[in-house]
Design a protein around this ligand. Structure first.
Ligand code: OTU
Length: 641
C-alpha cells in the first residue's frame, strides 16, 4: 500500500506525464478536484488488483486519460445532473421512486416509439426506467441481448445511437432516470475484441480466458457452479478452429472477460463511461459475482471482484458521479449484502425477499420470510434495495440454508418442493410456471412464469373458478403491496401492471425454444393495455389495486427514507413490518399469506403508540381487541390523528 505522500507524488507524476484533453477553466478545476479527492481510493484499488505488475504505472496513466476524455465528452446537461445528485446523495431513497423494467421492442417497438410511451410511464408514476440490453448483439440467440457485440452501437432493430441519445434527454426532461445494463462479465463472441483474440492478435489475446490444457479446464470445473447446465456442462467452450477452450460461464457465445489483465479493466471502463455519457443514471451490473476468477475457488464473489467494482465506481465518481451502480447478485443473501455499499453498489436487487414472498405464498407460512428478512433486510442507509416480484429471468431459491435449518426446514428438500409447486407438479398447487435449467447432477432447478400465472390467475381462469380467481387477484395485490411498502425502490416488470399471463409463443422460435425465461417476456400489446383499462376485467382490478398503492406510497413519506423493522407476529400465516422515518412518522404493514381468515391482537399496534390506527388502503380505522385479516389481506396502518 502507498502512503499519503507517495499517493500525492503518484498523482503529480501521472499529471506531469500525460496529455489531458482541453477543458474550460471551470471544468478543469472540477475534474482535477475530483481526481485528487478519489485518487487515493483509485490507486489503492488498482494496486490491490494489479500492483504486482511492472507496467502498473503505464496502465494508471492510460486510465487517467480515459477518465479525462470521458469527462471532457460529457454533455453539459449531464454535468449539471452530476452536481444536482452530488448535492442530494440520498435522492434514490425517496417515496416518489418507482421503477419499471422493459424490453424496448416488446414494450414499444423501438426507441422512437418508446419515447411516445413516456406519458404512459408517467401516468403510472414511473421515474426509473430500466431498458433491457439494447446493444448490438448476434443475430438469432443473443441471450436476450446479454451477449454484447458492441457497447457503443444500438441494435439496429431498435433504432440508432441518435434515437437513444434523444430518448435519454426526453426521459430526463420528464424526471425519469434511465437505467442501462452494464454487461461487463462477458462479451459476445462477435465483439471485435473476441474476434481479434481468436485470431491471436497479441493486443487482445489476453482479453479472455483461453486454455489449451483440458486438465486445467476440468480443475476449474470442479469448483465452479454451472449456471446453464442444459446449454452445456461446465464453464468452458471448446473452439474447434483454434483448438482452445474459452471460459463461458453462461452461453457458449458469451466469453468471460479476463480482468486479471489491466488492459481489460481500462477498455471496459472506457465503455462504461460511454454508457454513462448517454445520460443514464443507473448501471445494472450484470452477473457481477463472476468477474474475478482464481484457481481452486468457486470463482464467485471473490474479494477482488469487490475491489474491481469499487474501482469502477471510483472511476464514475471522478467522471460521471450522477451514475449509480445496481448489483445483480442473485446469490446467497450474505454474498448479496457484500456488494451493497456506497463505495461499491448503491443499489441492489433484493432476490431474497423476492424468492421468499413466493415461498410464503406456496407454504402459507411466513416463518422463513420473517427470519430471513430479520437477518438480511437491513442495509446501509446510504444504499437502497431494488425490490421486485418478477423480472425477465427465472426465480432461483436463494435463501440461507442455515436460517431454514433453524426453523426445521431442509433447504434441499424445500427447493425441490418449491420447484414442484411452481411448475404445477404439486397436487393442489395454484401455480403455473415452467422449469428452467434442471441440473441432472445436483437436481437443482429454477422457475419461470409471469406474476399473474405464478400467482394462480392462469389456472383459475382455465378452471373458471371464481373463488380461485379472487384468491389469485389478492395474491398479486399482496405481493405488490410488500414490494411498494417495505423499503427500497419498487421495480415493476413490464406487463405485471397489466396482469399478463404466461406467453408460450417462444416455443415457435428456434432461437428461444430452449430458454424457458421467454415465457415471461411477452409483447405488451395495445389490447393488453386496453384490457387493463376495461372496467370489470381481472386485469383492470390488478391495475387499479396497483395504482391505488402507488398513489398512497407517493403521498406518505414513511414509504421513503425510513428504517424497516421486521416484526415477529407469532402467527404462522402473518407477516408484519413497521417503518419509521427520521421525523418519527410510522407505518405498520400486516399481511395474510393464507386464504383463511387470520386474527391478531390489536396490541401489535403498540409499536405505533395507538391501537386505533387507520388502514390507508381501506380508509377504515381499527376498532376492537382483535384485528381480522381475510384471505390474503393487507393492512397499511398509520396513526392519523
Ligand atoms: C444475468 O442473470 C441476466 O439477468 C440474464 O438474463 C443473463 O442471461 C445472464 O446474466 C448472463 O448475462 O444466470 O439466469 O447467479 O443468476 O447473474 C440468470 C447470478 C443468470 C445469475 C445471474 C444471471
Amino acid at each position: 500500500m502507498l502512503n499519503e505522500l507517495q499517493t500525492k507524488q503518484a498523482l503529480q507524476q501521472v499529471l506531469d506525464s500525460v496529455e489531458l484533453p482541453k477543458l474550460t477553466k471551470k471544468d478543469e478545476k472540477v475534474f482535477l478536484e475530483r481526481l485528487a479527492q478519489h485518487f487515493p481510493s483509485l490507486i489503492g484499488q488498482l494496486h490491490t488488483l494489479y500492483g504486482e505488475r511492472y507496467d502498473f504505472f503505464l496502465y494508471l496513466q492510460k486510465l487517467v486519460v480515459v477518465l479525462a476524455k470521458a469527462f471532457a465528452g460529457r454533455k453539459r446537461k449531464w454535468k449539471n445532473l452530476d452536481e444536482k445528485r452530488l448535492s442530494n446523495p440520498s435522492w434514490y431513497r425517496s417515496e416518489k421512486m418507482l421503477g419499471m423494467a422493459v424490453y424496448v421492442d416488446l414494450f414499444a417497438g423501438d426507441l422512437k416509439k418508446l419515447q411516445m410511451k413516456i406519458p404512459y410511464l408517467k401516468s403510472l408514476g414511473i421515474n426509473y426506467l430500466h431498458l433491457m440490453p439494447l446493444y448490438k448483439a448476434p443475430e438469432g440467440d443473443s441471450d436476450g441481448g446479454y451477449a454484447v457485440s458492441d457497447y457503443r452501437k444500438v441494435d439496429p432493430k431498435l433504432g440508432t445511437e441518435k434515437d437513444l441519445a434523444q430518448l435519454a434527454e426526453a426521459l430526463s426532461d420528464e424526471g425519469i432516470s434511465l437505467v442501462l445494463d452494464f454487461v461487463f462479465n462477458h462479451t459476445s463472441d462477435e465483439h471485435q475484441w473476441a474476434e481479434q483474440a481468436r485470431k491471436g492478435n497479441p493486443e487482445f489475446k489476453d482479453f479472455y480466458y483461453f486454455f489449451t490444457d483440458k486438465q486445467e479446464v476440468e480443475e476449474y470445473n470442479q469448483t465452479c457452479r454451472e449456471i446453464f447446465p442444459t446449454v452445456r456442462r461446465g464453464s468452458f467452450t471448446f473452439l474447434e478452429d483454434v483448438e482452445k477452450y474459452v471460459w463461458t460461464t453462461f452461453n457458449s457465445f458469451q466469453w468471460d472477460l479476463n480482468y486479471s489483465n489491466p488492459a481489460v479493466f481500462n477498455a471496459i471502463t472506457d465503455e462504461m463511461l460511454f454508457l454513462a455519457n448517454i445520460g443514464c443514471e443507473g448501471l445494472r451490473l450484470d452477473a457481477l459475482a463472476f468477474i474475478w476468477k482464481e484457481k481452486w475457488t468457486q470463482c464467485e464473489s471473490l474479494p477482488k471482484a469487490h475491489t474491481l467494482i469499487q474501482c469502477f465506481n471510483t472511476c464514475l465518481q471522478i467522471a460521471a458521479p450522477a451514475v449509480l451502480f445496481k448489483s445483480e447478485a442473485i446469490v446467497h443473501p450474505d454474498e448479496v449484502a457484500q456488494y451493497i455499499d456506497k463505495q461499491e453498489c448503491q443499489l441492489s436487487y433484493n432476490p431474497l425477499m423476492m424468492a421468499l414472498m413466493w415461498e410464503s405464498l406456496a407454504t402459507r407460512e411466513t416463518k422463513l420470510l420473517t427470519a430471513s428478512l430479520k437477518k438480511s433486510f437491513e442495509i446501509s442507509d446510504q444504499c437502497s434495495w431494488v425490490n421486485y416480484i418478477r423480472c425477465h429471468d427465472d426465480i432461483g431459491w436463494t435463501f440461507d440454508d442455515a436460517v431454514a435449518e433453524q426453523l426445521g426446514i431442509n433447504g434441499y428438500e424445500h427447493r425441490r418442493f418449491l420447484n414442484q409447486f411452481y411448475t404445477g407438479k404439486f397436487d393442489g398447487s395454484f401455480s403455473q410456471g415452467v422449469p428452467f435449467q434442471e441440473n441432472p447432477t445436483t437436481g437443482d432447478c429454477r422457475v419461470c412464469g409471469s406474476l399473474a400465472s405464478l400467482a394462480g390467475l392462469e389456472r383459475a381462469i382455465e378452471a373458471d373458478d371464481s373463488q380461485a380467481i379472487e384468491h389469485a387477484l389478492k395474491r398479486i395485490r399482496l405481493l405488490n403491496s410488500i414490494n411498494l411498502s417495505i423499503g427500497g425502490i419498487p421495480l415493476i416488470y413490464q406487463g405485471d401492471e397489466l396482469g399478463i399471463l404466461n406467453d408460450h409463443s417462444y416455443l415457435n422460435d428456434e432461437f428461444k425454444r430452449e430458454d424457458a425465461r421467454w415465457v415471461n417476456r411477452p409483447q405488451i400489446s395495445p389490447q393488453a393495455v386496453a384490457l387493463a383499462e376495461t372496467k370489470g376485467s381481472y386485469q383492470h382490478r390488478i391495475n387499479q389495486d396497483l395504482k391505488q398503492m402507488i398513489a398512497l406510497r407517493r403521498n406518505h413519506p414513511e414509504f421513503g427514507n425510513a428504517k424497516t423493522e421486521i416484526l415477529e407476529t407469532y402467527r404462522s400465516q402473518l407477516f408484519a413490518y413497521c417503518r419509521t422515518n427520521a421525523k418519527g412518522e410510522q407505518l405498520l404493514a400486516l399481511c395474510n399469506f393464507a386464504e383463511s381468515t387470520q386474527s391478531i391482537p390489536a396490541s401489535i399496534c403498540d409499536i405505533l403508540g395507538s391501537r386505533r390506527p387507520r388502514d390507508l388502503l381501506s380508509g377504515n380505522q381499527l376498532v376492537g381487541e382483535d384485528i381480522l385479516l381475510a384471505a390474503y389481506d393487507v393492512l397499511w396502518l398509520k396513526v392519523t390523528e
